[in-house]
Design a protein around this ligand. Sequence first.
Ligand SMILES: [Zn+2]
Length: 412
Amino acid sequence: MDSIDERRRDEEYRRRRRERIRKRKQREVRRRRITLVLTTIIIILFVILIVKIVSACRADKIVSTTEKTANTVQSTEMPTLANPIKFTESQLQLNVGNVHKPFIMDSNRTELTEFSLKSENEEIVRVNENNELIATGEGDVTVICTVADGRQAECQVHVSPMSSTGIRKDLDINKPMVALTFDDGPNGGNTTSILETLNKYNGKATFFMAGYKIEEYPDIVRQVFEQGHEVANHSRDHLYANDLTVEQQKEQMESVNQQVKAIIGQEPTLFRCPGGIEGEYYTSSKMPLISWSIDTLDWKTKNSHSTYERITSVFEKGYNLDGDIVLMHDLQDSTPNAVQRICAYLNEKGYQMVTVSELAYYRGVQMEGGEIYRYFYKDNPSHNDEQDFDTNDSNENTDNSSDDNTEETVTA
Ligand SMILES: [Zn+2]
């Protein structure tokens, strides 16, 4: 009996044990499953996270690339932010008649060569074909520089009155000076040829222009002025004062002043009476009257060599031309060739070819309206009278002939 009970107990024990082992295994299996599921979930979450991070990074990159592209586009549209350009002088002081070459640089201080300039008021400052600023009238004006990619810079320009009409300040007061003057033009190729010669020798001259010729060649008037020569008044129709009333003389003088102002932005300051005949209005006007001390007689001889010899003969006779005012005519076709030889000759003799205003300035003469000036000698104001040719009277007579001759040429 005991043994049966014992066996039962034993079986019961084994059964329970098996049961415990089975349950333990079941729990183990469940635990593993849970672990597996959790691990899987964690891995999935982790993968999702990684994917999200990666995609976020990619998006960032795209955004930054887009931004860069946008910036590039922006820098094309608004390049001033990236590499602004500027004038070396953002403010400029000029006098009427001055020519100024502006320099443009970028933020690296590199000088730019390709740019265009625009003046907001061409009556004050004009831009010529060489990108130079020409001060043509008094006042303030903004000049804008633009480069090919659209960058811009501004320069404020203040233009003061001419006061000393484009007088060069670098002339040598100790060297001889002569004022070559050209009447009755401007006259197309003759005038431009004379300008070329003068430029070659750094010479400046005074051009006494007639209104009806100015009307024909306004561009040459501008050219004469822009190249630093003096544009002066020789009346509108080149009529002699003794044939005109006071009112007509006024009209003859004033109309040319206005005509010239419309072209170069300033009125001439000097007047030469047609035929050298001083009318009542002219002698009481605000303009100094410029005569001459040497008449080359180019109008009469119409011969280059003779014109040239009128200059060389002065020296051959032991005189000089320091302070003289020389009369020539750009209306004459023979004159440009003579000017080539005359300029070469005077240059070799050390002469500075100057405008009448420059000559007066350097000889300390403040010219006055209605006064007649024939020369500006340094030491001996009367020395011209000692010369045995072209006294003032004969000059006037010859100029009358000149003007008769001119009238014939013009009306023919
Ligand atoms: Zn004349």
